[in-house]
Design a protein. Structure first.
Lengths: 116, 225, 838
């Protein structure tokens, strides 16, 4: 994993979010094109299950990173400057924001049939 | 200010007014609007009042710790809690409502189908079952859902009869479906809502809703023309 | 480091001005200094603001009463198209960039931006692009398809004249300027902060501009691509958006809004940065929640890229997809809320003082919060279906953009006015200006929400009487003229203050940031000596900074070497790494932009032979530009540095050019990803997508061509590695060899294309592949030319072991070009094969 003090932490969490979001949106369109489940099934289709599981996986990953950054910011592993602690602290926030955004969006897959 | 209030009392009843709903979809949106309007007005007033008060008040200098606590409380309370609660409430109302407006499969009935094709700058209306073709006028039965299948022969237009429902774009190569329903007989005005060239402002649609039996009679007479 | 004590400021100034001075007369066109360029951007943008405002006045006059014939539909359509275009592309983005170009180096304690000639080039691109666009209005053939240019209305069938071409070409030209300023700002903020200014000491304004600049870098390419595709469709008949030939008009909407939504935040973030700069100064208290603010700004930057579909809720996409974008649109309220309440908390715990900029900040608050609230309403899909494309949206967007950009910008203008001119504005006129604008704005646009709810669509040149729209429209029109009076008042104030303003004292607002340590108005070099800045509030901590800087008590105050210099520092810790020497004044940016505008005009009049000539001329000019660089005597007359100082950047491997190259490639990559997106989108979604029966390109020669390219890229990388180890044996012949290898790849690719079965006017499938090939050839060709140029420079002695910098700059280009090849290969050869159908 990327060091919690690495400046890319300021972008990573949300970059993962936006990539996941775009891919999910694209995959939804493709899935609906190729194998649309019947509308009677409502939200209980393989597409929704796939979307939800990707949501949970990404949310978990981002939460894990957020936690790692947070702990690194508190403990200050090794000789690190104030700027590096700042990055870790901010990185925790960015990863957490990404996790929340992922989770909120993914929740929508609980509510709707995918292709209607 | 009084002029504005006057509008709100008298002015909502135009023939193309979304605030003068005549169908279930438009009713739902109008209610949603008034609710959101009230809530937003409250939030706006509260935020502006707080801001002005903050500029006016002369606080005693705080020591660091309570100052930081106070600041955190503002950010967490105003920046996090307020928007999150508002969003949750809004989506709680809005999402099911939007879902009910979709052309979902109905149990026990198939909605009447009307095909509408946009042209620069007129509407072509076809009743596929009855074989009727009309220009710039649309006739509906009241009390039952109607599915408008829209497409376009040239550029993008948008089908919109505000008193009955929201709008849907008419896009060449695609067919979109808008479900709408009129509660009472009457005349409604529709207008193209997507900019479509120099005639855009005059691309108007006359909509008339007839009571069930009148509509049957209307179909009957026009079928043979 | 050498800390000179108390030199004579006047003598130092004279010596510095010899190196940094701005020429007058015609030679003023050669100026590359960021202060001059920033002001040019703002003044030009201000002129376009007035032109855009004038168009708004004409429209409001037409709409004041029903069924008027003052302006016909043809002119009205041009007016609203140009009003939106001018305000967005020619006013809002350029003036904010201008402000950033002006302020950023001063705030971070640097002497100039890192690519000064690029600043000047960007300005001239903006100027010429704008003039081309405005020429269409004068000729009466302005674009009339709306600022969003939806196809098919804007294709060659429904808009046959040159109107749309003016937009596509002119705006793309202006966007080049925006992207180049974006690249420059990112690199300057990261690499040229004065010594000791760590990341966490950066003023919030710099954070906001950093995020804005990165958003420009990623957000503009989709529109640039879209414009290129649409222009190709119009001029060459390549059917990207034509349903019958396998295209899809919705692709244009995706590409446009992929740019269009981030654009709103590109405008808002710098404005928020202005608020975060001004409020603490007037509240006499540091900003509350610095880290929260940075988090909010970064989050806004990212989330704004996930909202674009909310402009397309009415096109009939599945509910689940709508729900995603509805949710994302609402999420963006959270970081905005955080900023808002952090400002509030700053005021709450501070002891505010009242000056004119504060008035505009209060106006900002009221208007922007209103716009934000209606924005949340619009994110709700059922409500959106009802009011989308009505005057409700017109009202909303003016609340957001005027509240979120114009009001903070004017607040900033008043705040920095003493910095620009050394004089204070008039309090009385300023108050009149504010109140007229504020009241006029609310009269115009508050009632417009109602107009929209009453069913009035956007972009109609007139309306029937009796629909309930008469009175609200009249009120809006009256309000519009009150705004005009308010703006006139502000302008009058600004013009008069140059003559009658009371001279400003030093740091008139008792601000905390470094830009107030320069002279007022600033000298071209900003700082005679560059101070250490290990704090967020340098001017509060060291109030005598201005004097000590002018006396040369800080670092880098030697000038006898004749170089323009500024510190190059570590992006995180701000510790000094190298001396960056900057190029001086030059005609090349002006000539290059001029040549490109000839390209633009010749494409407009479809004179392709002229276009080819102009492209060649601009290429030669740009190559000449890159020639005067690094160890060239025109760039650094003297390569010696004081004992104890770090080396010049051109003698290292990690100068700003490398960073500039990487950021440029990020932007380029965003363009390529948009193209891939278009390909996959059309493949899966276009209603009548057509694929040929056999693969259009021969795959084996394609593999060989890719192999040659990869070989060249690896070889180049190897050369750089050897240079790093201090070995430059046979450098010149190796670089020639790499060019030759690249050339073989290039020629083979051209042969493959000419032998292929592609007919790019027949199907969107073939057209997209043709564009991918063009993109590849462009990059490969440029890689070859740049490498050949490096080989020549080795021969001249400008590049080598001692000055390895430029070779390191070219390396990422080769890597990128090779990656693009293989991505394209997968997308157009492997994927369709696996999918079953070419």
């Amino acid at each position: 994993m990327l060091s919690p003090y690495h400046p890319l932490q300021l972008a990573l969490g949300l970059a993962v979010w936006i990539v996941w979001f775009t891919l999910m949106y694209g995959a939804l369109a493709v899935a609906c094109e190729l194998a649309p489940p019947p509308p009677e099934h409502g939200p209980y289709t393989w597409i929704n299950v796939a979307l939800l599981s990707s949501t949970l996986a990404i949310t978990g990953l981002l939460l894990y990173w957020a936690n790692a950054c947070w702990r690194a910011a508190r403990e200050g592993i090794g000789p690190v400057s104030e700027s590096h602690l700042f990055i870790a602290r901010l990185g925790a926030g960015i990863n957490l924001t990404g996790a929340i955004a992922t989770f909120c969006l993914g929740l929508m897959a609980l509510l709707f049939p995918p292709c209607l | 200010m009084s002029i504005i209030i006057l509008f709100f009392l008298a002015g909502c009843n135009g023939p193309q007014s979304a605030l003068n709903p005549a169908g279930p979809s438009a009713h739902a949106v109008a209610r949603l609007w008034w609710g959101m309007f009230g809530f937003s007005a409250l939030v706006l007033l509260a935020v502006v009042a707080l801001w002005l008060y903050a500029m006016w008040r002369k606080p005693k200098p705080l020591t660091d710790a309570p100052a930081r606590q106070l600041q955190q409380r503002w950010i967490v309370g105003g920046g996090l809690v307020l928007p999150i609660v508002s969003i949750t409430v809004l989506l709680g109302f809005g999402i099911p409502m939007g879902y009910r407006m979709r052309p979902l499969p109905l149990t026990g009935q198939t909605p009447l189908r009307i095909n509408v094709t946009g042209h620069q700058w007129w509407w072509e209306i076809r009743y596929p079952d009855a074989g009727i073709v009309l220009k710039n006028e649309l006739h509906l039965p009241t009390g039952v859902p109607v599915d408008i299948h829209v497409t376009s022969s040239d550029v993008i237009h948008s089908f919109w009869v505000p008193r009955l429902a929201g709008k849907i774009d008419m896009i060449p190569g695609r067919t979109n479906i808008l479900r709408l329903q009129a509660d009472e007989p009457g005349h409604f005005r529709g207008q193209c809502a997507e900019f479509c060239g120099t005639g855009h402002a005059h691309m108007v649609l006359a909509v008339e809703a007839h009571a069930q039996e009148d509509f049957e009679a209307w179909l009957e007479t026009h079928q043979h023309e | 480091m050498n800390k000179a004590t108390g030199k004579d400021p006047a003598a130092l100034h004279d010596a510095f001005i010899k190196v940094w001075g701005n020429p007058r007369g015609w030679r003023a066109l050669t100026i590359v200094n960021h202060t001059a360029i920033g002001i040019r951007f703002m003044v030009t943008g201000g002129v376009f603001f007035l032109i855009g405002g004038l168009m708004a006045m004409l429209m409001r006059t037409q709409l004041a009463l029903p069924e008027q014939t003052f302006i016909g539909p043809k002119l009205y359509d041009q007016l609203f198209t140009m009003h939106g275009t001018v305000m967005m592309f020619l006013f809002a983005v350029p003036v904010l960039e201008g402000l950033a170009l002006y302020l950023i180096p001063k705030m971070i304690g640097a002497r100039d931006l890192l690519f000064p000639r690029l600043s000047a080039f960007g300005y001239f691109c903006y100027l010429f692009g704008s003039l081309i666009l405005m020429a269409s209005l004068v000729l009466g053939i302005a674009p009339a398809g709306g600022w969003f240019m939806y196809t098919p209305l804007t294709n060659a069938v429904y808009s046959p004249g040159p109107n749309v071409d003016f937009w596509l070409l002119g705006i793309t030209f202006v966007e080049i300027s925006a992207v180049s300023a974006g690249v420059e700002l990112v690199v300057s903020i990261l690499r040229s902060r004065t010594s000791g200014m760590e990341l966490l000491h950066m003023p919030l304004f710099c954070w906001n501009i950093l995020v804005m600049a990165l958003m420009i870098v990623f957000g503009f390419p989709p529109l640039i691509l879209g414009s290129i595709l649409l222009e190709l469709e119009r001029a060459a008949g390549m059917p990207f958006f034509d349903v019958a030939r396998g295209g899809d008009p919705i692709l244009w909407q995706h590409l446009f809004w992929l740019f269009g939504h981030p654009e709103v935040y590109i405008l808002f973030l710098p404005a928020a940065g202005i608020v975060s700069t001004l409020l603490p100064v007037f509240a006499r208290q540091p900003i509350v929640g610095y880290r929260w603010m940075v988090l909010a700004v970064i989050a806004t930057g990212f989330i704004s890229f996930g909202l674009w579909v909310h402009h397309m809720f009415a096109i009939g996409i599945p509910k689940l997809a709508q729900a995603f974008f509805s949710m994302a649109s609402m999420l963006v309220a959270i970081p905005t809320g955080i900023q808002l309440f952090a400002w509030l908390a700053t005021l709450w715990t501070g002891r505010p003082v009242y000056h004119v900029p504060m008035l505009w900040l209060v106006g900002f608050l009221v208007i922007f919060v209103t716009g934000g609230l209606t924005g949340i309403m619009l994110a709700l899909v059922p409500f959106n279906w009802q009011v989308h494309d009505t005057h409700f949206v017109v009202a909303h967007l003016h609340y957001v953009v005027v509240g979120g950009m114009l009001f903070p910008f004017i607040a900033g203008l008043y705040y920095w006015l003493p910095h620009f001119s050394g004089r204070m504005p008039s309090d009385k006129l300023a108050r009149w200006g504010f109140w007229l604008t504020f009241i006029g704005f609310n009269i115009t646009f508050l009632v417009m929400h109602l107009t929209g709810l009453l069913g009035m669509p956007r972009r109609v040149y007139t309306y029937q009487a009796g629909l309930g729209w008469d009175l609200p429209n009249s009120i809006s029109s009256v309000g519009g003229f009150i705004i005009a009076m308010g703006i006139a008042m502000v302008l009058l104030d600004i013009v008069l203050h140059f003559r009658f303003g009371r001279p400003a004292e030093n740091n008139p607002w008792q601000a905390d940031t470094l830009e107030w340590a320069t002279d007022m108005p600033p000298k071209p070099y900003n700082f005679i000596s560059q101070p250490d800045c290990p704090t967020r509030h340098p001017m509060w901590d060291q109030p005598d900074l201005q004097t000590t800087i002018a006396e040369g008590r800080h670092t880098l105050s030697e000038i006898d070497h004749g170089r323009r210099e500024t510190w190059g520092t570590d992006p995180i810790t701000g510790s000094i790494r190298e001396i960056i020497h900057l190029p001086g004044n030059s005609w090349l940016p002006f000539y290059a932009a001029l040549a490109l505008s000839v390209v633009c005009i010749s494409l407009l009049i479809r004179s392709y032979s002229l276009a080819v000539i102009a492209v060649l001329v601009s290429l030669i000019l740009l190559l000449r530009w890159s020639w005067i660089n690094g160890a060239h005597l025109g760039a650094a007359p003297d390569a010696n540095v004081m004992p104890g100082y770090p080396p010049l950047h051109s003698r290292t491997f990690d100068g700003p050019g490398l960073w500039g190259m990487v950021v440029t490639l990020l932007s380029d990559g965003a363009l390529f990803l948009s193209l891939l997106f278009g390909w996959l989108y059309l493949w899966t979604v276009a209603p009548q997508w057509q694929v040929p029966d056999t693969a259009p390109l021969a795959w084996l020669p394609l593999l060989i061509s890719g192999g040659l390219l990869t070989g060249a890229a690896i070889w180049f990388n190897h050369v750089v590695r050897r240079l790093r180890e201090g070995v430059d044996g046979r450098l010149q012949s190796q670089l020639w060899g790499i060019s030759a290898l690249g050339l073989a790849h290039f020629c083979l690719l051209i042969w493959i294309w000419s032998a292929s079965t592609l007919v790019s006017t027949q199907t969107a499938h073939d057209a997209v592949i043709a564009v991918m090939l063009m993109y590849q050839l462009f990059h490969s060709g440029l890689a070859i030319i740049m490498t050949a140029l490096q080989a020549r420079r080795v021969a001249y002695g400008y590049v080598g072991k001692a000055a390895p910098y430029e070779v390191a700059v070219v390396a990422p280009w080769w890597l990128y070009t090779a990656c693009v090849f293989w991505f394209s290969f997968v997308a157009i050869v492997l994927l369709p094969g696996a999918w079953g159908g070419f």
